[in-house]
Design a protein around this ligand. Sequence first.
Ligand code: EPZ
Length: 421
Amino acid sequence: MDKLIITGGVRLTGEVAISGAKNAALPILCAALLTKEPLTLSNVPALNDIGTMLKLLAQMGVKMEREGDRVTLDASDLHNPVAPYELVKTMRASILVLGPLVARCGEAKVSLPGGCAIGARPVDQHIKGLTAMGAEVTVEHGYVHARATRLKGARLFTDMVTVTGTENLMMAACLGAGETVIENAAREPEVVDLAQCLNAMGARIAGAGTDVIRIQGVDALHGATHRIMPDRIETGTFLCAAAATGGEVRLTGTSAGYLDAVVDKLMDAGCEITSEKLPGIETLMIQAPARLKAVSIRTAPYPAFPTDMQAQFMAINAVAEGTAVMRETIFENRFMHAVELIRLGADIRIDGNTAFVTGRPALQGATVMATDLRASASLVIAGLVAEGETHIERIYHLDRGYEHIERKLTVLGANIRREKA
Ligand code: EPZ
C-alpha cells in the first residue's frame, strides 16, 4: 500500500486549482440512469470513488466516454439493474443508484453498503421513502430488492437530515406519478447541484437548498450537459493546510459561498480570507497568522459547520493557541484521527462525541495510519506542520476523495512525496 512522506515546517504559498465536488459528482453520475439520452458532465474530479461509480454504472449497461474532466454517459441500454457487493463494499455512495433504477427500470437489486470506519451508516430512510412512494422493498441476503411498476408521488419526512437519502428520493420522484414533497430535506450545496442537473434534464424540482423539496413527476427525462460544482470540502481542506502552516495561498475555481461556517471559523482563528470574482473564475485568498487561535466547533447539517471538515480542524487546533471543544453530532465514530494525531504529539482528550484539543507549539513527525477519507486529510495537515518526517500509511483512503493531493501541495511548496508500496 502506498504511503505519503512529509517533512514539516514549510509555509504554504502560491496558487492551487480546486477540483469538481466528489459529493456532487457521485449522485449526478447516477442521474444518467434516469434517461435514455446522453448526459454530458464537465469538471468531474479524477478520484477513485468516481472510477468505482463509473465501473458500477458500466456493469449495468451504461456506455461512457471520458476525456479529461468531461464524462458522457448513455444509459439507453440499461439491462442489469444490480449493484453487486464487490463494488458497493468499496464505496457506500453506490446506494445512490437505488432510486434512479427503481424509477427507470421498475426494479433494483442493490447491495447494502454496510458500515464504514465512521459509523453504521444505515439506509433505512432511503428504503422508508421508496416504500412510501409505492415500491415493494425487501432486504434479503445483504441486498435491497425494490420493485415498482411506477412510483407515485408522496409526502416524505426523513427522521433525520440525510444527504444521500434526500438525493436518492429526489431522483426517484422525478419519474413518479404526481407530486412528491420531501420534508426535513438536506440543504447541502451538492443537493442543489443535483437538482440543477435534473431540472436541466427536464425534471420539475423546486425548493432544493431548503428543507422542503417539491418534485412534480414527469414521464421521461432527456439528456443535458452540466458542470459539476467546485468541491467545498477540498476547498476547506486546502484552507486549513494554508492556515496551519501560516501560509498565504490563492485557491482558484472555487467559492466561499458554500463554506460560510468554515470561513467564519478560520477568521475567528486569526486568518484573513477574501474572495475575488474575476470574469469566469472565482478565487479565494487566505493569509494566515504565524500561530492560530483555537476555535471550538459543533458539526451539524448544512449550513452549519460540516462534519467533513471536523478532522481537518482538529489538526489545526492541535497546534493553535488555547483549548478547543469539538463536538461531532452527525457520525458516531468520527474521531479516529485523534489517536493518530496524539502519536504526533497532540494533546487531545475524547469524551463521547466531544474532543477537547489543547494546542501545542509544535508536533513531532511519526508514522501514522489513515483510517478514513477526512482523517487522512487531517494527518496530512498535521504532517505539514510537524517537526521532522511524518509517514502516513494506507493513503488509499485519501485517493478516494482528493485529486493528486501531493502534487497540489508540492506546487504550494510542501515537502511531500508518495512512496509506492
Ligand atoms: C453524505 O453521506 C456524504 N457522502 C458524507 O461525506 C457526509 O459526511 C455526510 O453526507 C454528512 O454530510 C456523500 O455525499 C457521498 P447522511 P451520507 O445520510 O448521505 C444517519 C465524505 O467524507 N442516517 O447525511 O451517507 C447516518 O448514519 C463523506 O465525503 C440514518 O440513520 O450521510 C448519519 O448519522 C463521508 N439512516 C446521519 O444520518 C439513513 O437512512 C447523516 O448521514 C441515512 C442516514
